[in-house]
Design a protein. Structure first.
Length: 574
């Protein structure tokens, strides 16, 4: 089965003069495969006449066209955004407990949420489909009943949107008032306490940091009495402790209320801990997405990492492996980078960094909560700010990707990125775009490539996983590892995605203290010591998945959790 997808936003007929229509070789055979929509003047590709030669795809100067072969088994779409628009296949299974959803950006997750919430009536890929037909499609499946209720408006759904940064535009006023109005269940104060929001309670919405906004949005959603909770990317802007607390609160409410809870999540450790079941969404971003069968959490995430869905018999990418490395062997140290004790005082914040050494080439991971001085430390290494106690001269070239990336008013290509990295990070199609027009994830990838393209002895990446979807995070981890092997240079990574830090780091630095007041950074230590220290601070123990070796959070007070706590092995290696 062949589908043709045109991104209507990207398609700019007036500039290209309908290259796709002019170049279509089917015209010679007398078939009009590309016709022009009278209203918009934009092309329409007639799918059952398209031979799939791919010439229009190559000729389109704006990368607006995708021609894709998909297997017949996926059936008819459950929803399609117009002719040649994005298609979603299948729907998830509502179950008591938390159903986790994992998949790349642009693969249809939000579309799925909108359908589940009743905001979007599925059209079955054609005009005029009614609710009866939609329900019929799922006859005998667990979602049938759900859809029937939804069609009768007999199901109350609440939604925590993905982009919390946009909330203060519509929702104005103080946090207390907003949360009190949401509190139709009576559990708001309990949630506020568990999400550690008491300090923000008296603040105004427009004063909140990203992490506070995220937690307020979550609290407002979970405090409502509803039948379905739809939670879109709750861990953005949150640090590790906040992510774990968030996961605990969601689990607790799912268990207590026995309502349906769906959560979209890109942090695989959090997804694993949160979910009772998992649906994988695979396909081609921007073109189509297929919701997989429902899977147990462990199996679902393992299949996701393996890139192969067993019961569907579908391979959607190559495997990503997590090897547990043996305790670091004495490797060749090529470039020792020594730095002295560093101090930095601001009016309300004070940071102390123990002196330390980076045993290059290596990956140094940095973990710590929000507002504790990680960025301040990285900026001192980068020479952006000066420490108070000493003049820091590392005598080496440093390349730095800041946490907050400022887009320049220039084309991406003007950065002269390394061609190999451009291929690896798949940003070639962005080369002719202005940096101001890029999405958060696109800009992040461009900034990472730009940083690594420079000739330096030390690379500093401050929160590279922000705005990246799960696929992009996994691929980035692979690329960074390869980069160190190939270039024999050191990379320092600050991040809140522990799976990424666990997978990448040779050594770890742990920041502790009180957010916004004071911070202390240890010297770099081996992964096991660092993780033990960090996880003890988080009051959480980890085990390893037998199959993939990926780290998993132990259930609090489970046998493993208690055993590991008493032996002090918070970070289980073998
Ligand atoms: P995700 O949440 O996984 O990032 P979305 O469900 O938001 O994905 O979007 C999937 C695809 O559908 C994207 O290519 C997006 O551009 C397209 N899309 C989303 N909403 C609309 C709409 N209202 N009209 C046309 N296309 C849309
Ligand atoms: P992290 O990266 O761990 O989230 P930062 O290093 O960005 O933390 O910030 C640590 C603390 O220092 C925060 O409370 C922040 O508000 C404060 N801070 C950072 N830069 C400045 C500055 N230039 N002036 C005053 N305070 C600052
Ligand atoms: Mg920071």
């Amino acid at each position: 089965m062949r589908i043709a997808v045109i991104d209507r936003e990207r398609c700019k007929v007036r500039i290209c003069g309908l290259q796709c229509k002019k170049c279509c070789p089917m015209v010679k055979t007398g078939k009009e495969t590309v016709i022009v929509d009278e209203d918009s003047g934009k092309p329409i590709i007639v799918e059952d006449m398209c031979s799939g030669c791919g010439i229009c795809v190559k000729k389109c100067p704006f990368d607006a066209i995708q021609i894709i072969n998909i297997v017949e088994e996926v059936g008819e779409p459950i929803h399609q955004y117009g002719v040649n628009g994005f298609r979603l296949y299948n729907l998830p299974t509502p179950k008591e407990g938390v159903v986790g959803i994992v998949g790349a950006n642009g693969i249809g997750k939000t579309t799925m949420m909108k359908i589940l919430s009743g905001e979007l009536k599925p059209n079955l890929g054609r005009e005029g489909a009614d609710w009866g037909e939609v329900v019929d499609r799922f006859r005998g499946k667990e979602i049938q009943n759900y859809l029937e209720k939804l069609s009768r408006k007999d199901l109350k759904a609440v939604y925590k949107p993905q982009h919390v940064d946009k909330i203060p535009v519509h929702v104005k006023g103080d946090v207390r008032g907003i949360l009190e109005r949401s509190d139709t269940s009576g559990r708001m104060m309990d949630i506020v306490e568990k999400l550690d929001l008491s300090n923000a309670f008296e603040a105004d919405m427009k004063e909140l940091s990203g992490g506070e906004l995220q937690r307020v949005a979550l609290a407002a959603c979970l405090a409502r009495d509803a039948d379905v909770y739809l939670i879109d990317e709750p861990s953005s802007y949150l640090d590790v402790r906040e992510r774990i607390n968030m996961a605990k609160v969601i689990r607790e409410i799912a268990e207590k209320t026995k309502k349906y809870v769906f959560v979209i999540e890109h942090d695989l450790i959090v997804l694993d801990y949160l979910s009772d079941y998992v649906h994988v969404i695979y396909g081609a971003p921007g073109a189509y997405g297929v919701i997989s069968n429902i899977k147990g959490t462990r199996v679902g995430i393992n299949e996701y990492l393996s890139g192969y869905l067993k019961s569907e018999n579908v391979r959607f990418r190559e495997e990503i492996r997590f090897d547990v490395r043996p305790p670091k062997e004495k490797k060749e140290i090529k470039e020792k980078i020594d730095y002295p004790e560093l101090k930095k005082h601001y009016e309300r914040f004070k940071l102390d960094v123990d002196c330390g050494m980076i045993e290059g080439p290596e990956m140094l991971g940095i973990l710590g909560k929000n507002a504790i001085g990680k960025t301040t430390f990285v900026k001192m290494l980068a020479g952006v700010i000066e420490p108070d106690n000493t003049k820091l001269d590392l005598n080496l070239k440093v390349s730095y990707k800041p946490q907050y990336i400022e887009a320049q008013d220039a084309l991406v290509v003007s950065l002269h990125p390394d061609p190999e990295l451009v291929e690896r990070f798949r940003i070639r199609h962005l080369m002719d775009r202005n940096m101001n027009d890029l999405s958060g994830g696109e800009l992040q990838k461009v900034a990472i490539v730009d940083c690594l393209s420079k000739d330096a002895d030390l690379y500093l990446l401050d929160e590279p996983s922000a705005y990246l979807d799960v696929e992009e995070r996994l691929k980035m981890s692979k690329h960074l590892k390869k980069y160190i092997e190939d270039h024999r240079k050191s990379i320092l990574v600050v991040d809140h995605d522990i799976m990424l830090i666990d997978y990448l780091s040779d050594q770890l630095m742990i920041f502790s203290g009180e957010g916004g007041k004071s911070g202390h950074a240890t010297k770099p230590m081996d992964l096991r010591s660092g993780m033990n220290r960090f996880l003890k601070d988080m009051n959480t123990t980890f085990r390893r998945d037998a199959e993939t070796k990926r780290p998993r959070i132990n259930k609090p007070d489970s046998v493993k959790d208690r055993e590991q706590r008493s032996s002090g092995e918070y970070y289980y290696v073998e």
